[in-house]
Write a protein of this length. Structure first.
Length: 81
């Protein structure tokens, strides 16, 4: 089995100062982010391992990162009669 790592920049999830000591992002939907990751990986026949997803902040921007594995291809069976 083959694996890939991925990193998705979550648009509109940049941290902003609420006060001098506290940064907060606008609201976002985790399920929408997971759906987007799944959709993008499906284009290349990979599936995200949802157990590996982590939320990373780089330069006040949220990224969702994890590992994806190659989507198993269905096995075709031929019956001879």
């Amino acid at each position: 089995m083959f694996y890939k790592i991925f990193s998705l920049k979550v648009e509109d999830a940049e941290l902003h100062f609420q006060d001098a000591n506290f940064l907060v992002s606008p609201p976002f939907s985790k399920s929408d982010v997971n759906d987007l990751i799944t959709e993008k990986l499906r284009e290349i026949n990979y599936v995200p391992d949802l157990n590996t997803i982590s939320y990373v902040i780089k330069d006040n921007q949220l990224y969702v990162e994890g590992i994806a594995y190659e989507e198993p291809q269905p096995i075709e069976f031929y019956a001879s009669f």
